[in-house]
Design a protein around this ligand. Structure first.
Ligand SMILES: Nc1ncnc2c1ncn2[C@@H]1O[C@H](COP(=O)(O)OP(=O)(O)OP(=O)(O)O)[C@@H](O)[C@H]1O
Length: 598
């Protein structure tokens, strides 16, 4: 199908070892941000220059103080130079921090755009099997919220954090030249605040933080469950129960939060007190008075300590403020890296062309991730011009088997061949030109009916589209829609489950594929769709068709039936022969008939 062209049209990459082809390593943060390094550097340099220039007014005030208290007449030139320097510093600060912030936000926009492009590329190349297993909300969150969460990381952190360290360092260097002993005294509040940090990192605090995060997660899940499932839950009279679950999660969160706050608040209050301006001024004034009374410091030299001392606490405060944002951004980057690291199915260096449309499975074994084997040594041939029906109990591996033909996954052992060529040696475009599929879980795009049908053949003519719709017995229904083939699904009209299924069948047939895999839906089965599927299948007799069959009529029409049980072929043959043999298949058939007649 069309969507799969772009999805599987992947660059060659290292082969993946198992069913879940995640051969690529998660991209490192440096690799993600590397191309923007020069702009990052510019943001930081502009911010640092701006922040250091911002100290000029303070130095100007210090200089003014010195000029005014020095004996003799006031040196007006010295005064005006200080004023001019202070004003220039302010202006430079305004221009440079403004430029840094502007560039930071432009950079943020660029990084977000390139991350979203990279994510779109990665999702486009990810194996369909990998995508099918992800909940759509999960991927939407990565491309939307997680990329947006990177904002403070890019636009604010580099400049603000660097200047929060550079400015105090410059101040410190200056204060040391004035009086190193009073400088050390001025650092007492910072030392006191830092002494609190280990108290925030004890095993108990870490455990509390973990409990807090887990409780946040539980409350988020129960809210989503409650809101998303409310219709179903209500319909089955369970609204009270669901509400109760939500309330319990909320109450539990309050308990954990109170406990956490109790533990953290005393420490946080201690830190805040140590860093508060009154405390810093008290320490500096006490120290300064002692130095002045002992005759080691002239009073005017206390001025720089009073003005610059307050700024020395900035790094500790900046670390505290930005920490949560940075942590959230870090987690978001982790999820982005995971999606960017999804492996692509390896593509052949020298693709081979299948000689016909015979499908062969040779000793095929497959398991999802590290789970148990779902298919255990399948040998099967699908001859061109025949219809094979796969049947079996739920969970026996039917859908998994069907998904190996369009190469959603590669088998962990053995091979799937088309026209004598291993699927791994066939170019993705060639494969999807030949193999089309209809899944149980039909996904239609918010686009016109015609575009939905022509997904695999974007340049399809109106006749091609109509022919496919007629084959799928949905043409008349489409004509009855408000704008016929131009009706936008989900906007101008909504289709029933059975109708959506028939559109999906038309989509699969539009490309006129010689091999078709059809996972018969049971969820939306309605008599019209049943009939349409049967009639469609009967017109496809010149192709290689594999149907994961749930209806006994489909099974009876098949040229070959394969009964899967627990991942192995329990019976295979013509339906009439198998029934006559009165073995496993006959028993299965009778049970299904009894189930249906109940
Ligand atoms: N994406 C997946 N990840 C992990 N395990 C899976 C996945 N899909 C299916 N399985 C497991 O593989 C086994 C076979 O599933 P499969 O869907 O192929 O069976 P099935 O015969 O088609 O069942 P049904 O008739 O109910 O659709 C089951 O145990 C199932 O839990």
């Amino acid at each position: 199908m069309g969507a799969t062209h772009s999805i599987v049209d992947a660059k060659r990459s290292s082969p993946s070892p198992g069913g879940d082809p995640t051969g690529r390593q998660p991209a490192s943060t440096a690799a993600l941000l590397g191309p923007h390094a020069p702009s990052f550097a510019a943001v930081v340099v502009l911010q640092v220059v701006g922040a250091v220039a911002g100290l000029a007014p303070l130095f100007a005030v210090i200089e003014l103080g010195r000029a005014l208290v020095s004996p003799g007449p006031v040196d007006t030139e010295r005064v005006w130079t200080a004023v001019a320097l202070g004003a220039t510093g302010l202006f430079v600060r305004l221009v440079f921090t403004g430029a840094s912030s502007g560039l930071g936000h432009v950079l943020d926009g660029r990084v977000q755009l390139s991350l979203r492009r990279a994510l779109a590329r990665s999702l486009g190349q990810a194996p369909i099997g990998w995508l099918a297993r992800r909940r759509s909300g999960e991927l939407a969150r990565v491309v939307g919220d997680d990329v947006a969460a990177v904002h403070p990381f890019i636009a604010h952190a580099p400049g603000e954090l660097v200047s929060a360290f550079v400015v105090p360092l410059v101040s410190l260097a200056y204060l040391l030249t004035v009086d190193w002993r009073l400088t050390l005294i001025t650092l007492i509040p910072v030392a006191l605040a830092l002494a609190h940090v280990p108290l925030l990192m004890t095993a108990a605090r870490t455990r509390e933080q973990r409990d807090f995060d887990a409780a946040m997660g539980r409350i988020a899940t129960s809210v989503v469950e409650f809101v998303q499932g409310i219709a179903v839950v209500k319909a089955f009279g369970g609204a009270e129960r669901a509400h109760h679950r939500f309330r319990t999660a909320a109450d539990e969160f309050v308990d954990i939060f109170t406990h956490w706050v109790r533990g953290v608040s005393a420490v946080a209050a201690g830190m805040q007190l140590a860093l508060s301006p009154p405390f810093v001024l008290l320490v500096v004034l006490t120290g300064g008075t002692m130095r002045i009374t002992s005759g080691d410091l002239v009073p005017v030299d206390l001025l720089p300590f009073l003005l610059l001392g307050l700024g020395l606490t900035a790094p500790v405060a900046a670390l505290g403020h930005g920490f949560d944002d940075m942590q959230a951004a870090g987690r978001a980057v982790g999820r982005i890296r995971e999606v960017l690291g999804v492996g692509v199915l390896p593509q052949p260096a020298c693709p081979a062309i299948p000689r016909d449309n015979r499908v062969e499975l040779r000793d095929v074994r497959f398991g999802y991730d590290d789970g148990p084997e779902v298919l255990r040594g399948i040998d099967l041939t699908l001859e061109p011009g025949t219809l094979t029906a796969v049947v079996g109990p739920s969970g026996s591996g039917k859908s998994t088997l069907g998904q190996l033909l369009p190469r959603f996954f590669d088998p962990t052992h053995g091979s799937v061949r088309l026209g004598g060529v291993d699927l791994r040696d066939i170019d993705a475009r060639e494969l999807y030109r030949r193999v089309s599929f209809v899944l149980q879980d039909v996904r239609l795009l918010r686009a016109s009916v015609a575009d939905n049908i022509a997904l695999a053949v974007p340049h399809a003519t109106a006749e091609q589209i109509t022919r496919a719709a007629r084959l799928a017995h949905i043409h008349d229904r489409i004509l009855a829609l408000p704008n016929g083939y131009e009706t936008v699904l989900g906007q101008d009209a909504t289709l029933s489950g059975g109708e959506a299924q028939r559109i999906a069948i038309a989509r699969a047939l539009a490309a006129d594929p010689p091999v078709l895999v059809l996972d018969e839906a049971t969820a939306f089965a309605d008599p019209r769709t049943d009939q349409a599927v049967r009639q469609t299948l009967s017109t496809l007799r010149d192709r290689t068709v594999l149907v994961i069959a749930h209806r006994l009529e489909t099974v009876a029409d098949a040229d070959q039936v394969v009964l899967l049980e627990n991942g192995v072929v329990a019976a295979r043959g013509r339906p009439t022969d198998l029934l006559a043999r009165d073995g496993t298949f006959a028993a299965f058939w009778r049970t299904r008939q009894e189930d249906l007649s109940r």
